[in-house]
Design a protein around this ligand. Sequence first.
Ligand SMILES: NC(=O)c1ccc[n+]([C@@H]2O[C@H](COP(=O)([O-])OP(=O)(O)OC[C@H]3O[C@@H](n4cnc5c(N)ncnc54)[C@H](O)[C@@H]3O)[C@@H](O)[C@H]2O)c1
Ligand SMILES: O=C(O)C[C@H](O)C(=O)O
Ligand SMILES: [Mg+2]
Length: 604
Amino acid sequence: MWNLARVAATAVARSSRRLSTAIPGPFIVHKRGADILHDPWFNKDTGFPLTERDRLGLRGLLPPRVISFEQQYDRFMNSYRSLEKNTQGQPDKVVALAKWRILNRLHDRNETLYYRVLIDNIKEFAPIIYTPTVGLVCQNYSGLFRRPRGMYFSAKDKGEMMSMIYNWPAPEVDMIVLTDGSRILGLGDLGVQGIGIPIGKLDIYVAAAGISPQRILPVMLDVGTNNQKLLEDRLYLGLRQPRLEGEEYLSIVDEFMEAVHARWPKAIVQFEDFQMKWAFETLERYHKRFCMFNDDIQGTAGVALAGILGSVRAQGRPLSDFVNQKIVVVGAGSAGLGVLKMAIQAVSKMAGCSETAAKSQFFLIDKDGLVTTDRNNLDPAAAPFAKNPRDLEGLTEGASIIEVVKKVRPHVLLGLSGVGGIFNEEVLKAMKESVSTKPAIFAMSNPTMNAECTAIDAFKHAGGDIVFGSGSPFENVDLGNGKVGHVNQANNMYLFPGIGLGSLLSGARLITDGMLQAAAECLASYMLEEDISKGILYPSIDSIRNVTAEVGAAVLRAAVEDNLAEGHGDVGPKELAKMSKEETVEYVARNMWYPVYSPLVHEK
Ligand SMILES: NC(=O)c1ccc[n+]([C@@H]2O[C@H](COP(=O)([O-])OP(=O)(O)OC[C@H]3O[C@@H](n4cnc5c(N)ncnc54)[C@H](O)[C@@H]3O)[C@@H](O)[C@H]2O)c1
Ligand SMILES: O=C(O)C[C@H](O)C(=O)O
Ligand SMILES: [Mg+2]
């Protein structure tokens, strides 16, 4: 793996390639009349043709005029634009929630139209259904709650999950996003209110990977919350008890994993926003038993690595120079440690050296400062990345961010701390003295308030020559004289949809390091030199379906290489193995669901 030729400067302009997606055939429905109108999977609102109204017992239940899909689409967008106009000047949070509400109402009513609107306007709507607004929605979930979405398994359901899983109405589920709400973005423990995250992630699965909305399942494992404010909130919708710990906690997750795979043996489970100890523990516990991955540890690592490799190219250096880059990671949580692990593996493979030797270029900082082997009660998860103070030439245990940046003069400063503003003016100014000609600053924490710095501050204090990435979106920055400071959205949304889709279509029962590395490598090679030289490290969110087709194909091919591909549907492992790279991309794209109204056929 880590094939330099593949992550080469001669990347193909893939974003311009047109990919065809499958048009779904008729849907079999087992209901009639008003029940269909109340089912967002099948509802077409005023779009039901008259013949279908007759067939399904809908005559008289709708106004007589039939409105086309395009007209419905335009009507929604007009309402959305009016709302935008009418909320002008109101506080950002009010506007953001109003936009989320209008989209959510459509989601609850008519999923075909909702996903078409989302796909066609993904750049504009991602910040509403995903970070940053999804964070605000989670914070206010109990008050915003109108209709349930997904499934809720609580500590009170122990012993019942094997039967409960059959309460889900869809016969098949391909993709599950699971959270226990314990570390929602950088907002901490939000208990049951964290369900907004699996919902938002799965919206991105539908939009980017074309997983059918009838085959996704957002899941909340409610094991209590340690958030005192929520426990005291009369409207809080989750269990009002402290979080389960230890074996009690694990037995709940075990039971869920067994239940879900008893019903859908090949469903892929993405673990999302678990606090660090459980993120690592569950990954270790399940990755060799089930088809699962942890997005915060593994998805984030690939996106960060692709960004760092892009920043090497942006300096006009060959990729092999990655092994000489000095990288400071701020945040020793699930995300920061995941990035370090993957980056060190990549350096060791590229340089042909041991992982111990590869570590020398990396510096890790947590809430207590620089992490060294001198630390009392050193966290075992961070221990492999702790510096030996003898190698530090003057820096000591617990050194602050500014001390480390001034001394190391890193090529890359990468924040995954969840702490808004810790890349302050002093730190950013110190990055001007970086040994790199294009210092890279990644403020990856979410949502926007928790970003380590804003884009404006980064370009203002660290200068116009930096490359900049943030987890939540910021506008590009006007640097004057016609120059633009490009903002990259360094977010795992570039990878998790392709990891899920590629794994699904490969039919693999496990997700291996090889498959994850292939995903990262694919993203790292995606951008053309001319973009990279302008500081553009990732493709536009507008091309997320194309990116996902490429990433999915890379993951699928890695599964074939690892001899894990068992095939999917009618396509067996031998056929997968015979596909060329281009054919695999086409195959992945063809398997993406695209929202159009399909004829509904009633069956008892
Ligand atoms: N952009 C992305 O794709 C992406 C992906 C995953 C996570 N994240 C974001 O990263 C953040 C962290 O996620 P996590 O899962 O690693 O959380 P975590 O709680 O596991 O870890 C947070 C880490 O930050 C450290 N920290 C806290 N205060 C600090 C300070 N003042 N200075 C330095 N370090 C400090 C803590 O010691 C801990 O090591 C969250 O805001 C999350 O939204 C972003
Ligand atoms: O949810 C996101 O936007 C990215 C990431 O998974 C996070 O936890 O912040
Ligand atoms: Mg996350």
